[in-house]
Design a protein around this ligand. Structure first.
Ligand SMILES: CC(C)(COP(=O)(O)OP(=O)(O)OC[C@H]1O[C@@H](n2cnc3c(N)ncnc32)[C@H](O)[C@@H]1OP(=O)(O)O)[C@@H](O)C(=O)NCCC(=O)NCCS
Length: 145
């Protein structure tokens, strides 16, 4: 994420972003990419709830906490985790994914078929904002194709 943010912004942001989210982890909608050696090299998931809120909009899901081990990027791990998310979300009746992308991850989400909606300030906690991009992608087409 250093490519997109200054150290003074990134350092406090990562303290929040790297904290495990127990409800997401136990939701059954969060996935790990694990090597045969047991090393966890990637993670990501989705939720019907908007990040940080209880709000649920019918047929809309939210992509959550995607990350790949820095030594294992650009090998298709993020894309693979996303494919699993799409299948599960389609099976649950969702039609659209939204994502609060970090600035550095916009190209990744674009490669996955997301379009940029607008720049946003992501509230990581009260008085701690991170500049990001709201992105959106239809997923029902994956089901019919
Ligand atoms: C964003 C992230 C999850 C991508 O994971 P990844 O496993 O490297 O992604 P993939 O290898 O599946 O990439 C799929 C495609 O996305 C695009 N892409 C991924 N990373 C990219 C980058 N840094 N620059 C440009 N395009 C990129 C490419 O088109 C890539 O396909 P290609 O390698 O065949 O060209 C990973 O870089 C990461 O953990 N970043 C730090 C944490 C973060 O920002 N997470 C997102 C929070 S919203």
């Amino acid at each position: 994420m250093r490519s997109a943010y200054e150290e003074e912004v990134l350092s406090p942001a990562l303290q929040v972003m790297t904290k495990a989210n127990p409800s997401l982890l136990s939701s059954g909608k969060f996935y790990l990419a694990i090597l045969p050696t047991g090393l966890v090299v990637g993670c990501g998931g989705w939720s019907p709830e908007q990040p940080g809120k209880e709000t649920v909009e019918q047929r809309l899901g939210h992509v959550r906490h995607f990350a790949v081990h820095p030594d294992w990027t650009r090998r298709g791990i993020g894309r693979s985790v996303f494919t699993v998310c799409v299948r599960a979300a389609c099976a649950a009746g969702l039609m659209t994914f939204e994502c609060n992308s970090s600035l550095n991850a916009e190209k990744f989400y674009r490669a996955l078929g997301f379009v940029r909606i607008r720049e946003i300030d992501i509230e990581l906690k009260p008085s701690l904002m991170l500049r990001g991009v709201l992105m959106r992608r239809n997923i029902y087409e994956d089901l019919v194709s």
